[in-house]
Design a protein around this ligand. Structure first.
Ligand SMILES: Cc1cc2nc3c(=O)[nH]c(=O)nc-3n(C[C@H](O)[C@H](O)[C@H](O)COP(=O)(O)O)c2cc1C
Length: 339
């Protein structure tokens, strides 16, 4: 059986190849898209055709956004990207846990660097059919004290090419990255980004992507900072380092190594964090809810918990290309619309 990373590479190649097959995009769109005016919503000043996005980590290079658009997504987050290209960790580095409808990855933020991402996005921008978020981070070798400069560099390099920013301070696969969620350093990162934004005419929203492993006290600190700085929203959540309640045997899980767990084991954790942030901010902060959305009902629950938008990754891998359409139909059926 082919491994998950090889499967990913094959899918990306096939989608790129489809550019040369006449009408292929139309056929995919016909099969998997679903449009309804009721699904449109405006969040942090941007109008989305529907609330379902592809989470960061699938299209790290920003090379297949137009192709992914055909599967019905309202937006896609590209990256994470770092200032310099980096290969990430040695493979195998993605594992499926079918018994748990989950995945464990320790990719180590492999990516082509922010400049290449900007070039790729700019090459396809004329034909772009959906909104793109740029997920930025720091190079693994950059020590945390110097990381604000890394975020600033990525931000500046892709500013013109994306519609909003996701600041990834929560990837468990890069040593000590999650410590960037501490107030002092986070404040420096945010200040730098806001400064760069001042130099541009067009306002691009900035969101922080948080770990599901933060305590509620830590989340409170971050909310205080976000509100003080006027950050536009939170993306909750990234993958978790916890391994509780898995059906897959301990031996198998341990053999997969350390890394971030995604998929069904994250459903409740993500939902709890989203609901908490929503209540704590009295619904005034925009939240993108992500983590363990494996069924259309999970999507409904996430939006009901207070998310304005949702993202999927592992659910798309397990459910296949029709998953977005299934979710959108359920949202329409249950009248989960903006108002
Ligand atoms: C293989 C893989 C790679 C990922 N890479 C990134 C990344 O580069 N940056 C990031 O912010 N999140 C990354 N994520 C986390 C996802 O964006 C998402 O937050 C997480 O998987 C939870 O959603 P899910 O349960 O729907 O997969 C990655 C997830 C997976 C499975």
């Amino acid at each position: 059986m082919i491994g998950p990373e090889t499967a990913h590479t094959i899918i990306v190649r096939m989608l790129k190849l489809s550019r040369f097959i006449p009408f292929s995009k139309c056929v995919i769109r016909f099969l998997f898209s679903y449009h309804d005016k009721d699904l449109e919503r405006e969040v942090f000043g941007i109008k989305f055709k529907n609330p379902v996005g592809f989470a960061a980590g699938f299209d790290k290079k920003g090379e297949i956004t137009n192709e992914l658009a055909c599967f019905g997504f309202g937006f896609i987050e590209v990256g994470s990207v770092t200032p310099l290209p980096q290969p990430g960790n040695q493979g195998p580095r993605i594992f499926r846990l079918p018994l748990d409808m989950a995945m464990i990855n320790h990719m180590g933020m492999n990516n082509p660097g922010a400049k290449i991402l900007a070039d790729n996005l700019s090459r396809h921008s004329q034909k772009r059919r959906l909104l793109v978020g740029g997920n930025i981070s720091k190079n693994t070798n950059t020590i945390n004290d110097l990381s604000p400069a890394d975020y600033e560099q990525c931000f500046a390099l892709i500013y013109e090419q994306v519609d909003y920013f996701a600041v990834n301070v929560s990837c468990p696969n890069v040593t000590n990255l999650t410590q960037l969620q501490d107030r002092e350093i986070l404040e420096q990162i945010i200040d730098r980004l806001i400064n760069v934004r001042h130099s541009h005419d067009k306002y691009k929203p900035i969101l922080l992507k948080l770990s599901p492993d933060l305590s509620y006290g830590q989340i409170d600190d971050i909310i205080d900072l976000i509100q003080a700085k006027g950050i536009d929203g939170i993306i909750a959540v990234n993958t978790t380092v916890t391994r509780e309640g898995l059906k897959t045997t301990n031996e198998k899980v341990e053999a997969m190594g350390q890394g971030g767990l995604s998929g069904a084991p994250l459903t409740q954790l993500a939902l709890d964090k989203v609901r908490y942030i929503h209540e704590k901010t009295e619904g005034k902060l925009s939240i993108i809810g992500v983590g363990g959305i494996m069924t259309p009902d999970d999507a409904v629950n996430m939006l009901k918990a207070g998310a304005s938008l949702i993202q999927i990754y592992t659910g798309f891998i397990y459910n296949g290309p029709g998953f977005v359409k299934q979710i959108l139909k359920q949202l329409k059926k249950q009248r989960i619309t903006e108002n």
